[in-house]
Unconditional design. Structure first.
Length: 183
């Protein structure tokens, strides 16, 4: 049985997002915290990392996992070009290039067209990722970038944490809070 790790969480904010959750200037700190969690859990060959591929938590975690030799499964809610427009692209940043790099090295599957309407596709992808993780590992782990609040719509980080089983002790789920007020 392989070890499974789900990576997810907030997207890096678009400029002017109110209230801010994960501003671009916090990417380096979140990357360091996520890397420390992956190191503590010895993520590498023998680990399968599952994520949804969005800018921010997903792509940071996938990139770090690939650097450590882990297998990455990218589970997209929409076809790649549409998904990138909606959940990856942010003008003036390198998120699209990161998405393409991860996509080229990961096992990629896309939710079937018509599986859900509107934002419900994100609910289905969260369930898909959790189901895959539990199929691989009876006690999968997760690293989640989250402010602890309900999201902007269905299929957000709070939904993913609920599907994985809240773990306030941090034994299976590490929650990284990207304090938007920190410099």
């Amino acid at each position: 049985m392989r070890r499974a790790l789900v990576v997810g969480g907030h997207l890096v904010d678009r400029p002017g997002r109110v209230p801010p959750r994960f501003p671009q200037h916090r990417v380096e700190a979140v990357t360091a915290a996520m890397g420390a969690a992956l190191d503590a859990w010895e993520v590498g060959p023998g680990t399968t990392v599952i994520c949804g591929g969005a800018r921010g938590a997903d792509l940071i975690g996938a990139g770090l996992a690939l650097e450590r030799g882990a297998a990455v499964r990218l589970r997209l809610a929409l076809p790649p070009a549409e998904f990138a427009r909606r959940s990856v692209d942010l003008p003036g940043t390198g998120w699209h290039a990161r998405f393409e790099e991860v996509r080229a090295r990961a096992e990629v599957e896309v939710l079937p067209a018509g599986a859900a309407v509107g934002d419900e596709v994100f609910v289905l992808v969260n369930a898909w990722m959790a189901e895959e993780a539990y199929a691989l590992d009876e006690r999968p782990r997760a690293v989640v970038v989250w402010d602890g609040r309900t999201g902007d719509g269905p299929g957000g980080t709070a939904d993913l944490v609920a599907l994985l089983g809240r773990d306030d002790a941090g034994a299976r789920i590490r929650i990284i809070h990207p304090d938007p007020t920190a410099p």
